[in-house]
Design a protein around this ligand. Structure first.
Ligand SMILES: [Fe+2]
Ligand SMILES: [Fe+2]
Length: 513
């Protein structure tokens, strides 16, 4: 039986089985799992089962519910998922899923015997006018599709969306096996992206003929006793042993078939029904729309980041010692941010803020920037200027407005000795603290700090401890060390030019950018 294990906090180590009854989590005494945690709401979240799947649902809590660092409203739980409520960490454990190991999928191509009886139902995507609401099963399916739509609506990762949708559908139609294949537009090759197998011992047999027909005609197909269906026994015919019934539905993105969902029945000796075909088609339609939306968002994000990178590169082009600095700081910041429980959206914001943290330098006179006029390098002046200017630029870049504070405060110090406002401790936004540490890390890697000898990242990370409690807070320094230990901050790459002079050296000039 699946279970929730408390990893941290006063109830650490206690395990709660997830049975048919829902489990409530919160501070109230009537909760199944009472959390002695000020960060938790009185009735914070609940865990419930739908068939063999378990879900967590946030009950409108004040601080939110996180699964694997993502803020969720409702989420399918999988083995090892880390749930965070307030400062309490829990882990979802399920019985060892059979057949976890990746096994080969056998595409059957052997010629089969002639049919004695066959029954095939096909449904063009255009024909799907809706699910019969007057029937109980239809109503249940409609509700399930609505629920799936809500789950997919909060998913920002395509692979995770595909896995969830397949598991959800397979459970709903009681499939024995389920596969989701992506279709390569050029080669026509099928790549498995998600799989669902109830019996680890059963061999995965997939009919290439059925899939080909499904793709070619953009048609949802339900076959019963497929082994004996003449239509699938032409040149490329197949033998489908032990498969009593098959559903194959196309996924359509941007008007073209992007893949298929393939399901087999047989667990209880029952073939799929027409309602199963309808619900599978609705699922694939939803998934097609989801992948279309996610792909468009990804492209938009890439275009945006590409434009920002070009802008930053232009800013840095005038000084060889700072060339590539922002990109490196962004990479470090990304690595450090992973050690905090941030949402994907927050991590992207940190990356963007780090990329543009010094963009305000574009507005600093060349003489200051190149260090020729060192009089202007007195503490605070150019630093304050570039931080303030950078945040104003961020405020005026559509899509970057929310990162303006991280840019503005990236030179604040934890002991209050930084600028522009002399903030200290937690008053400095986390994004700014992460960028401050990443900035210092790059400075140490390039120049070695006071020692003037470029340091390998391993030593630079160690050296950061010197600044703990003064410039950097302990939490961020610890996150840097953890990120390095996890291999996120590379040791072998050399980004710096040891010969290059850094005219804006923070240590020697006491107020670098
Ligand atoms: Fe910087
Ligand atoms: Fe800076």
């Amino acid at each position: 039986m699946p279970r929730i294990r408390i990893r941290d906090g006063p109830n650490r180590g206690i395990v709660y089985p997830v049975g048919k009854e829902r489990i409530s989590l919160g501070r109230e005494t009537d909760c199944t799992i009472q959390l002695l945690d000020k960060g938790a709401s009185r009735h914070h979240a609940e865990v419930f089962r739908v068939g063999e799947m378990s879900f967590i649902r946030d009950l409108g809590s004040r601080n939110g519910t996180y699964v694997n660092d993502e803020l969720v409203r409702e989420e399918l739980l999988r083995e090892g998922d880390r749930i965070v409520i307030g400062s309490t960490a829990l882990v979802f454990e399920s019985d060892p899923a059979p057949g976890q190991q990746v096994r080969e999928i056998l595409f059957t191509d052997t010629r089969g015997e002639e049919e004695v009886s066959s029954m095939t139902l096909e449904l063009r995507l255009d024909d799907l006018v809706g699910i019969e609401e007057e029937e109980d099963r239809g109503t249940a399916n409609l509700r399930a599709i609505y629920q799936l739509g809500r789950i997919l609506g909060t998913e920002s990762n395509l692979e995770a969306a595909q896995e969830k949708a397949l598991a959800f559908l397979a459970d709903l139609v009681d499939a024995e096996q389920g596969y989701l294949f992506a279709l390569d537009e050029v080669t026509g090759a099928l790549a498995p992206k998600a799989r669902f197998e109830r019996d680890p011992a059963a061999r995965a047999q997939v009919s290439r003929t059925i899939i080909s027909r499904c793709i070619k005609e953009t048609r949802s197909i339900l076959t019963m006793n497929a082994m004996s269906d003449a239509r699938f026994k032409s040149t490329d015919s197949i033998v489908m042993k032990r498969i009593r019934s098959v559903i194959c539905v196309p996924m359509v993105s941007r008007g073209a078939v992007s893949g298929v969902i393939y399901l087999t029945s047989g667990r209880r000796g029952e073939a799929f029904a027409e309602e199963d075909l309808e619900v599978a088609t609705a699922t694939s339609t939803l998934l097609g729309l989801t992948s279309q939306g996610l792909e468009a968002a990804r492209k938009q994000r890439e275009t945006f980041f590409g434009a920002v990178r070009m802008l930053v590169a232009l800013t840095e082009a005038r000084d060889s010692s700072t060339r590539g600095h922002s990109e490196r700081v962004a990479n470090y910041a990304q690595a450090i941010a992973r050690e905090f429980s941030l949402t994907e959206r927050a991590r992207t914001a940190v990356q963007l803020a780090a990329l543009i943290h010094d963009i305000g330098k574009a507005g600093i006179p060349e003489e200051v920037f190149s260090g020729k006029d060192t009089r202007l390098l007195s503490r605070g002046e150019p630093g304050t200027q570039h931080a303030v200017l950078g945040s104003r630029i961020a405020e005026n870049i559509p899509g970057a407005e929310e990162v303006a504070p991280a840019v503005l405060y990236h030179h604040e110090h934890c002991d209050g000795s930084g600028y522009p406002e002399g903030l200290s401790g937690d008053a400095i936004p986390l994004g700014a603290r992460i960028i401050g540490a990443a900035d210092m890390l790059d400075h140490l890697v390039r120049t070695g700090g006071p020692q003037k000898t470029p340091l390998p990242p391993s030593e630079a990370v160690e050296q950061l401890r010197v600044y703990e409690g003064r410039q950097l807070d302990a939490e961020t320094v610890r996150a840097c060390a953890a990120a390095f230990k996890a291999g996120l901050i590379e040791e072998s790459r050399t980004w710096f030019d040891p010969e290059a002079d850094n005219p804006l050296d923070v240590e020697s000039k006491g107020g670098g950018l």
